[in-house]
Design a protein around this ligand. Structure first.
Ligand SMILES: [Zn+2]
Length: 385
């Protein structure tokens, strides 16, 4: 079903929106009655100035209901684009982040400012512009945190997002505190932030009555190596009941390195469970998740009957209409790249025009583990065997 008309969202239940056009991922959570409100997890940009989460909030907000908070799971551009605009529009009560200036372990902002002295960084290059944006965002977070303790939520496993209700709680189950401390200590922190920030990605568990939803961020598996760990293996030691949730936002766009068998293996998903993810199309690399072979979507389909993607990676198309469930076999790479044109992505493939609400899934859950309804934007796709 297409997205509900404004005013037609069922606010007696929990509504979770996932947005992702191919690069970028954000979630909007419309909290159920009796205490209406919104929580945003990460940001998302479809095109310059086009932000799905803000568009959803404007379309479905009832009266003057508050924005409880915004969560930045980790400081990667595919998760923070659009967040400054969201902050400006929605005035959240609190802001949750892995670490900034005031945090115990280290300052992401200082390291990113430090990186701007990198002699290899070309002024005005895409990397330079991305760093300027994240620096601006982290400065804003720091500024907001300095307004008072109630504004500040440090993302560490064992904590909980501040909500004044008992029927719905949101636990922070990653990153692991000891592993995060170790991550921020020692030399080469800029290098670590650059290449391994996923390791300190937050993971959230929503408990609403007997419904459980797990939002996997970009946390990788990491069951190898020595030292304090922060990945799924570590999380599952502390939270052995995490698998088998009624909704699972698959971590890190369904990449092979984030697929912990205990979370996505055969038999994990209870009947009717929703597994959902955003694709990631970066540079000339292959798309994530994989759409061919036994990994990627095929591996997920061994654990759940269908997987809900907010869009296809650019460069892929469906040979059948996407308004019903699409078999994995019906997905094909687009044969010849179109010449670069207006709207071309960095892959050289022209992406079809996309409006803010096109690459969006909406899942409406009751408090007994049932998905009462699901709705999709025109780019969102449900893939089955
Ligand atoms: Zn990501």
């Amino acid at each position: 079903m297409t997205l509900p008309a404004p005013g037609a969202l069922d606010r007696t239940k929990l509504n979770l929106f996932l947005a992702g056009p191919g690069r970028g991922e954000g979630m909007a959570i419309a909290l159920p009655a009796p205490a209406l409100g919104w929580i945003f997890v990460d940001g998302c940009k479809v095109d310059p100035g086009v932000f799905p989460l803000e568009a959803l909030w404007r379309r479905y907000r009832q009266g003057e209901e508050a924005t409880e908070g915004i969560v930045l799971t980790h400081p990667h551009d595919d998760h923070y684009e659009g967040m400054i605009e969201l902050l400006d529009s929605t005035s959240p009560r609190w802001l949750a982040c892995v670490a900034t200036h005031h945090a115990d372990g280290g300052s992401l902002e200082k390291e990113i400012i430090g990186r701007r002295d990198d002699p290899l960084l070309v002024d005005g290059s895409p990397l330079d512009l991305a760093l300027r944006r994240v620096k601006r965002l982290l400065s804003r977070i720091q500024n907001m945190w300095s307004w008072g303790h109630s504004k500040r939520v440090l993302l560490r496993a064992g904590g909980r997002l501040p909500l004044e209700r008992t029927d719905l709680v949101i636990d922070i189950v990653a990153p692991d505190p000891a592993g995060t401390r170790a991550f921020f200590e020692g030399d080469d922190l800029p290098q670590r932030i650059r290449t391994r920030a996923n390791e300190v990605s937050a993971v959230l568990q929503i408990r609403y009555g007997s419904s459980r939803l797990v939002l996997g961020g970009d946390l990788p598996e990491l069951d190898h190596g020595a030292g304090p760990r922060t990945g799924w293996t570590k999380v599952l030691c502390a939270y052995p009941d995490l698998p088998g949730s009624h909704l699972f936002k698959v971590p890190h766009h369904g990449s092979d390195g984030a697929m912990h068998p205990a979370m996505v293996g055969p038999g994990v998903a209870p009947p009717g469970a929703i597994w959902t993810l955003t694709p990631f199309q970066g540079g000339l690399k292959r798309p994530v998740p994989k759409l061919r072979g036994q990994k990627g979507v095929a591996a997920l389909l061994a654990g759940a009957p269908t997987v809900h993607l907010t869009s296809l990676p650019s460069g892929w198309q469906s040979t059948v209409a996407v308004d019903a469930m699409v078999p994995l076999d019906a997905l094909r790479p687009i044969p010849s790249p179109a010449p670069p044109s207006e709207g071309a992505t960095d892959t050289g493939l022209a992406s079809p025009p996309c409006s803010a609400l096109d690459p969006v899934w909406l899942f409406t859950l009751d408090d007994e583990g049932r998905c009462a309804a699901k709705h999709r934007g025109v780019r969102a796709i449900e893939v089955g065997r």
